[in-house]
Every structure is written in C-alpha cells, then in structure tokens.
Design a protein around this ligand. Structure first.
Ligand code: GLA
Length: 696
C-alpha cells in the first residue's frame, strides 16, 4: 500500500475532535499517521512522571479506524523542565549565546544528560508500544539539526576534543593535519583545542571542517543512542526524517543506518525553479537508499508559514509535486500536518484539514490524491516498490560542500547551486539522475559528473580513474580535487593528485574566478560572465562562477575561454561586453577531453551557462553512447520518469501537453496516446509498449 497521511498532533485539540479525525482520515484515504513528534512535555510532564493514557487512546482510535502509525520517539523538543533542571543541556552558538526554551529543539547534541533523558523516554515508548497493533514504523526524533546543528558549549568542546583524539591519536598529528604551523596555531595538547568559536579572522580550515564532521557525527550519535533502545525491544523498521540537501548533516553516513529513507521537502510555489530543484532532492533520496523506495515524510498541503512571503500552492500543484516524488521512487506521500493548528507558531502553515474545514480546495485535493494513490497501490500495478534506472549520476560529497564554502576560498561558490546546474542539464537528457559517492561502485553508470568536488582522496581518484579506464565517461567540474581530506593541497596541479591528472591529461595552474554570479539566471548575472567558444557548447557561450588556467598537455581542448563569445549577461542587449578575468589567456582550455582506456575523461573549467551546459551534456552523452529517451509528449513542460512498469508523466508547465506514447493512463483509464494534460496534469501510464524502451 502506498503510504498516505501526515503528522498528527491530537494533543493540540480537544478530545472530541479525535473521533472526527479518524473519520476524516478514512475519507481522505489516510493510512499512516505520524504521532507524538512534539509530545515530550505532554508524555513526561515532570521528570520521570509519565502520562501515556492519552496516547493509548489516540493509538487505539487510529487502530480501530484501520490507520497505521509512524510513532515518533518525541525527543525532538525537550520540555521546559529539562532546561530548569539542567541548564547545561541548552545549546550555545558560536558567538557564545545560550539558546533559551520557548521554541523547539533546544538541546546540545553532545549533552549526556539530554541523551540519557531521551533514552529513558524512548525506553518507555518501546516498552509500551512496540507490540501495539497500530504501530508500523519508528520515527526517531525529528529533522536532526534543523535549527541547532552545531553547539559550541563546554560540553561540546570536551566531546570535540575526544573526537579529535580518536581521529588523530596524537596532538602532533592534529598539528600536521590542521597545518597549525601557519599563524602560530600550534597546540601543545588536546586540552588546548576549542571548537571554532567566533574569532578575529579566518579560522583554521581543517578545524572548521572537522567541527562540521564532528557535529554531523554527534547528531548521528543521538540517533544511534535512541535506535539502540528501540532495536533492543522492537523489530519494526526505523527512520528519521531528512531535509533534502541539508548542509549540516552528511546523509551518506546516515543513510546506512535508517531502515527506510524519509524526507521533508517544502518547495516554494513562488519560485519557478522549485520543480527542478525538488526533482533533484527526490533523486538524492532515492540514491541515499541505493534505489530503494523512500517516504516523502513531510510536505505542505499548500502554503508554509516560515518564508518572508508564503505563497499557496496552485490548484493541482500539490498533486503534481506528489507524483514527482512517486515517480522518483517514493512509496509514501505524507504531510505536515493533518489538522492545521489553531494556535502556536505554525498556525498559518497549511494542514490537510485546513482552517476552513472540508469544504475547501485543499481538502478536496487531499481527498482526491488519497483515492488515487490507493488505486495505484499494490504489486500488480507495477509502480509501488518499482525501481528507477538511469545511466547518469552526479557525485555529491559533504566534505566538499563544507570545505568549498569556507571563507578563505578562491571565490564564493554555492556548491548546491553548482550541483543544481549540472542536475538540470543532465535531466534534460530525459533520464532521472542518481547521486553517488566518488568511491562507490559506478559500474551501472555510463556518465558520472563530479561538480566542484573540492575534496578528493587518493582512493576516490583511483576509483574514478579505474572506472573511466574501464569504459566510463567521467566528467570533472572546476574546483575538483584541490585538496585532500585534511584540506591539504594536492600539489603539482591539483585534481586529486597525479592519478586523476593523468586520467584527465591536464593540470590546473591557477584559479582566476570571476566574481559571484546568479546561477539561477540563464547566462549568469553580474558581473559579465566569461566568454567561451567551442562547438561542443553549441557555439558561442559564457561561463560564470569560476575559471581556471588549465594546461592540457595530454588532452584535446574542445572549448576555450575567450574567442567568439558574444552572449552577454542575461542576454541583455545593453549589457557590458563579456571579458576574461585577469590572468586567463585568450584561448585557454575551458573544456577538455581525453580518451582513457576504453572510456573518456572530460574536464570543465568553469560553469557554462544553462544553454551551453545542456549542449555540452548532450554532446558528452552522445560521445558516451548514452541513449536519449524519445519525448513522451508534445507541448507543456513535461517530466517523464519510468519507474517499475509504469511511466509517470507530469506537466509542470502552463500550456497543455499531448501524450505521445502507447499504453493506458491508470488514473483516467484512457488510452495514453493523444491524452491532453493541462497545467499540473498527471498521467500514470501502464501497459507501456515501445515507451518502455524509449524511457529506460
Ligand atoms: C518541518 C518540521 C515540522 C514542521 C514543518 C513545517 O518539516 O518537521 O514539525 O515544523 O517543518 O514548518
């Protein structure tokens, strides 16, 4: 059964509402409710005094109504008494400000007191509910790190020292790794080391990176500490909800420890790039679970309440974005939250049951989607549990994300925006895109891109080179392999060291990036992007964000800086003519290619504009012999993904699209060919014939 439901917070409502809730849930096709996410203060009103009666009633009521439960451990927001009793559990910012109660998530992840209190509560939950017939899934904490991802208090400092000692063994080794010979930072013992608190100027880069790693690990340790209690008393699967591309937490490390990946995604209806961005997030979630089905644990039925301006979703948009998740591997669509709150900080965040009740558009769309997902459930349909297969992947690496965005870098780069640019270009090939780690088994892919992977280890460089030699097409983007895992520079031309340099046939001499650009605008923003010339870019083009002086000693230069570039910023006729940044010779290599073994290795020394990047990716895919799926529709802005035995087709555009594939739309029952999809229209096409091969 495809899961459908949302966060259910009955403690915010009088008892008589609970029975209505179950009836309405049944009407909407809800089959999973996430309960008790923020219930700690209610479940343990005073230290060690528990009150489970109300939760018993809630779970029994849901069970009687046939609704399963994703039971939260309720540890995401400690009750006020914990701070009164143990003020040291409150987190401290890098500026030394201790955060107060009155909001949520006010705990230091390293606090042994917090962890112990959390475990005691989890023990109670497991003892009481592990065998409850409604409970299907454990939901540990909630959005780890959402508000407090790092704590700089004394307790955290001590934990950081322990983490460093385990990593480096001796302080001499730490001094070497951190390069403390620079600026007189030498430590004489671990007791001298502090978290990277607010400081006069640039803080030590490796200290910063290690603190990022430590902080992600500390949150993971909180998760593990709860999981240990659950596993000892329950065989049910366990999850914790991720937040898409969330910088503070390295989800590769976490993904191995959840039984099912789940994600919270809140695309902004007012942002035209929300749809492709959400596609990228869904692709990450599928990839974190190595292709296994995942759960969209939270999305909003309509508006959120935490942006400066909170746009409502357009009619049909919630449904279209839900199918986007299903198409890209989700076996569950859930919301925050079931009933829109009447009080509290999120009362203006939409709910499945809106303030306006059931005679509302939001409710009707909730009911419609619930009914549809029920009809698409089950193995015979060929959707639920189905896999998405793709020949293209992008490497993503949290170390690189953390490191390249540090202050003392060649320029300001948004790692995520660079990933997003490549994801959009690869998506234009018509395939979903997987995300991988650079040291993963890449054998199922034909093309793998490493965008701005600043940190490259020897093992990664060897894995990538071996894979390319064996027939893969490796595409390395600018700023890749500049440093190793200690942020020490790969001397002699960067690029992760000699092995990857040989594979690429180039070395990088110098960086000369243009100043930051708005990647969300085609052609870049201010200042003028750098001109590029090369057929592979579709002719004259521009680059932005970064530029490098590349020496192509053993590679073909397929596009160059300078030359015939004539696109100017944003394409505006009166924009300043594009110019090369200082130190970048006219004709310097911008894109190179080298055949290596039975594969190929490409290098891209800047971020080509959107049109050029698409042309480049198409050229690379052709060169690699990657099939391009035939379009499944004409008109509209259609996203089509083959999952399992079906093709999910969504029209995200404002014009009609007409389907151009055989098969049957399982939603309407109509033949697919010639079917008209209006804006936000969706078809789930089964009995696909030639389209199967075309889209695969
Ligand atoms: C997050 C949280 C929810 C709620 C929603 C909506 O996803 O997990 O508790 O706050 O955001 O804002």
């Amino acid at each position: 059964m495809i899961r459908y439901g949302g966060d259910y917070n009955p403690e915010q409502w009088p008892r008589e509402v609970w029975d209505d809730d179950v009836v309405l849930m049944q009407r909407a096709g809800v089959n999973l409710a996430t309960v008790a996410v923020f219930s700690w203060a209610r479940l343990e009103p005073r230290p060690g005094e528990y009150d489970f009666g109300w939760l018993d009633e809630v779970l029994d009521g849901l069970h009687a109504g046939g609704i399963r439960v994703d039971l939260a451990t309720a540890t995401a927001s400690p009750p006020p008494w914990l701070a009164k009793l143990h003020p040291e559990t409150l987190p401290v910012t890098e500026d030394g400000v201790r955060l107060a109660v009155g909001s949520r998530q006010q705990y230091c992840p390293s606090s042994p007191v917090y962890r112990e209190r959390a475990r005691r509560l989890v023990q109670q939950m497991v003892d009481r509910y592990a065998a409850h017939p409604a409970v299907d899934l454990w939901h540990v904490n909630n959005e780890y790190g959402c508000h407090v991802a790092r704590c700089y208090c004394e307790v955290s400092a001590e934990a950081f020292r322990g983490w460093l000692e385990r990593r480096y063994g001796t302080v001499d080794e730490l001094n070497r790794a951190w390069g403390t010979a620079f600026w007189s930072q030498r430590y004489d013992g671990f007791e001298e080391v502090e978290p990277p608190r607010a400081a006069p100027s640039f803080r030590n880069p490796t200290q910063l990176l290690d603190f990022d790693r430590f902080s992600s690990d500390e949150l993971l340790a909180c998760y593990r500490s709860e999981v240990e209690v659950i596993r000892a008393g329950s065989d049910l699967p366990i999850t914790t909800n991720f937040m898409g591309f969330f910088k503070p937490v390295d989800y590769w490390a976490w993904a191995a420890e959840v039984d099912i990946v789940s994600d919270d995604t809140y695309p902004d209806p007012a942002d035209p790039l929300s749809t492709p961005y959400a596609a990228m997030v869904r692709d990450l979630m599928r990839s974190l679970g190595a292709g296994a089905p995942w759960l969209l644990m939270e999305q909003s039925p309509s508006a959120v309440n935490w942006r400066a301006r909170n746009a409502a979703k357009a009619p049909g948009q919630m449904r279209a974005w839900s199918y986007q998740a299903v198409a890209r591997g989700a076996d569950g669509i859930l919301f925050f939250q079931w009933r829109q709150s009447a009080a509290g900080s999120e009362k203006f965040h939409s709910g499945m049951v809106p303030h306006g009740g059931t005679d509302t558009r939001v409710w009707r769309e909730i009911e419609q989607l619930g009914g549809e997902l029920a009809s698409l459930s089950g193995a015979s349909v060929g959707l639920e549990g189905g896999r998405v297969r793709t020949p293209v992947a992008i490497a993503v690496d949290w170390d690189s994300w953390w490191a390249i965005e540090q202050d003392a870098s060649p320029t300001t780069v948004s790692y995520l925006e660079v990933l997003f640019a490549w994801h959009r270009a690869l998506s234009a090939l018509g395939h979903a895109v997987d995300f991988v780690r650079a040291d993963a088994d890449l054998s199922s892919y034909r093309v793998v891109v490493l965008p701005a992977q600043f940190v490259v280890t020897e093992a990664q460089a060897a894995n990538l080179s071996d894979w390319a030699d064996g027939g893969g097409t490796l595409v390395v983007g600018f700023a890749t392999g500049v440093v190793d895992a200690e942020l020490r520079v790969h001397l002699g031309g960067y690029l992760g060291g000699a092995r990857l340099r040989r594979t690429l046939g180039i070395r990088v001499e110098e960086f000369t990036p243009p100043a930051g650009a708005d990647l969300r605008a085609v052609g870049g923003g201010e200042p003028p992007p750098v001109p590029l010339a090369g057929e592979v870019l579709g002719g004259a083009a521009t680059g932005s964000v970064w530029a490098e002086v590349v020496r192509a000693d053993d590679a073909e230069v397929v596009a160059a800086f300078g030359g015939a570039g004539d696109r100017t910023a944003g394409g505006a006729a009166d924009a300043a003519p594009a110019a090369l940044p200082p130190g970048l010779p006219d004709g310097a290599p911008a894109v190179t290619r080298r055949g290596t073994g039975s594969g190929a290795a490409w290098y891209v020394a800047t971020l080509p504009d959107e049109v050029a990047l698409r042309a480049l990716v198409a050229g690379i895919a052709d060169d690699a012999g990657v099939d391009r799926p035939a379009p499944v529709a004409t008109g509209g802005e259609v996203d089509a993904v083959r999952r399992g035995d079906v093709v999910v087709v969504i029209n995200h555009g404002s014009e009609e699209a007409v389907l151009d594939l055989d098969g049957r739309d399982l939603l309407s029952g109509d033949a697919a060919r010639g079917l008209v999809l209006g804006p936000q229209g969706v078809a789930v096409v089964g009995e696909v014939d030639e389209a199967v091969d075309a889209v695969e």
